[in-house]
Design a protein around this ligand. Structure first.
Ligand code: SF4
Length: 359
């Protein structure tokens, strides 16, 4: 093991510490101490892990970085959504959002710096993809948030859940998770591991814009994560206008792979449908959506559009949103409507980073 290319300790799975300890010539029980120090005690440097010998701390610090991501800025919205702008080692900036609700904190995490998929109403895709994040950088977003909650408990009501950690993780921040499949799944396994941060699989939701091979692969993993798919339109013509990914994997192919995923895993897919005034919110659109999903065992989540700089679409009025919801209810589609939170801190995906960059 060399200290030249240091690996992030946050990107190591708990079971990997044992072979690492063997390689370093230290007893295997040290592996458990390392996991507890990292994921339970949220150590911010090797030097503070006093359960380990001084020599081992030194060796670990030569081989593994343990710094949290630098918090460049925090913004708190009027409805208590906390948005963090974080900086990676190479200066790349990414976002994560903490949303307190019902005594729990849901954390939205990023998987890439920027995004190549360029969905119309998403700030993350506006300037393309800079790079994908390492698993350690994805986990470190949660660690940074845990540390912030520990230092500033007034920010989020973590006391209500007994520990400074999020109760739910949603992979809905910057980036397309299946465009960075291996690192994302590794990070989620680390967050899910009972020896570590221990966030239950059913409290972890992966959101994709519709990358069909990624959905297929996830279905073969035997994992119990929730899957959410951005649909946003009831036909290919409209969907391709706002989601270029649809030209590669059109709706029929997407629904087929989602149905196969449900058949294989027993997990229901949630389709996200952002309502945009006069674009996809009309009676013919809800009729087409009902027709499309009539044989799918799924959920639909309606989201009235939040304004995004660079996209001219507008939010439908409340009556239109409720009519759309009601039509789905009447057709026995399992549907909910989500309110956007944190609008005053640019909490939608990618907005803070764009605002900070003057974009
Ligand atoms: S919605 Fe997701 S996939 Fe689409 S541009 Fe934004 S980050 Fe990328």
């Amino acid at each position: 093991m060399t200290g030249k290319n240091k690996q992030s300790a946050w990107g190591v799975l708990p079971e990997e510490w044992k072979p690492i300890c063997r390689e370093l010539g230290v007893p295997a029980y040290r592996a458990d101490q390392i996991t507890v120090a990292l994921h339970r005690n949220l150590a911010m440097s090797w030097q503070e892990v006093t359960t380990l010998s001084k020599d081992l701390r030194q060796t670990l610090s030569e081989n593994f970085t343990l710094e949290p991501l630098k918090i460049v800025r925090t913004h708190t919205s009027a409805d208590r959504v906390e948005k963090l702008l974080l900086e990676c080692d190479d200066g790349e900036r990414i976002e994560t959002v903490l949303i307190p609700s019902k005594g729990r904190v849901t954390q939205c995490i990023s998987t890439q710096a920027g995004c190549a998929f360029r969905c119309a109403f998403c700030a993350s895709g506006m300037n393309g993809l800079n790079r994908s994040l390492e698993a350690g950088e994805i986990v470190a977003q949660v660690i940074s948030a845990c540390q912030l909650m520990r230092e500033k408990p007034e920010l989020v009501p973590f006391k209500a859940i007994g520990a400074p950690r999020p109760g739910n993780i949603v992979v809905m921040g910057m980036g397309e998770p299946f465009d960075n499949y291996d690192q994302v799944i590794r990070a989620l396994r680390i967050l899910n591991d009972q020896r570590g941060i221990n966030i239950g699989a059913r409290h972890i939701t992966i959101s994709t814009c519709g990358v069909v091979p990624g959905i297929k692969r996830l279905g073969e993993e035997g994992l119990q994560f929730e899957l959410s798919v951005s649909l946003h339109a009831p036909n290919d013509e409209l969907r391709s206008q706002i989601m270029p990914v649809n030209k590669k994997w059109p709706i029929r192919e997407l629904l087929d792979v989602c149905n196969a995923y449900t058949a294989k895993t027993g997990r229901i897919v949630t389709y996200e449908y952002t309502l945009v005034r006069d674009f996809n919110d009309q009676p013919q659109h809800v009729a087409a959506l009902i027709q499309l999903l009539r044989r799918c065992h799924c959920k639909v989540n309606l989201i009235p559009l939040s304004p995004v700089a660079g996209y001219s679409g507008r939010q439908p009025d409340e009556r239109r949103c409720l009519e759309f919801l009601d039509a789905l209810h009447k057709a026995r589609v399992n549907v909910t409507m989500r309110k956007s939170r944190g609008k005053d801190v640019n909490a939608a995906c990618g907005q803070l980073r764009v605002a900070e960059a003057g974009g």
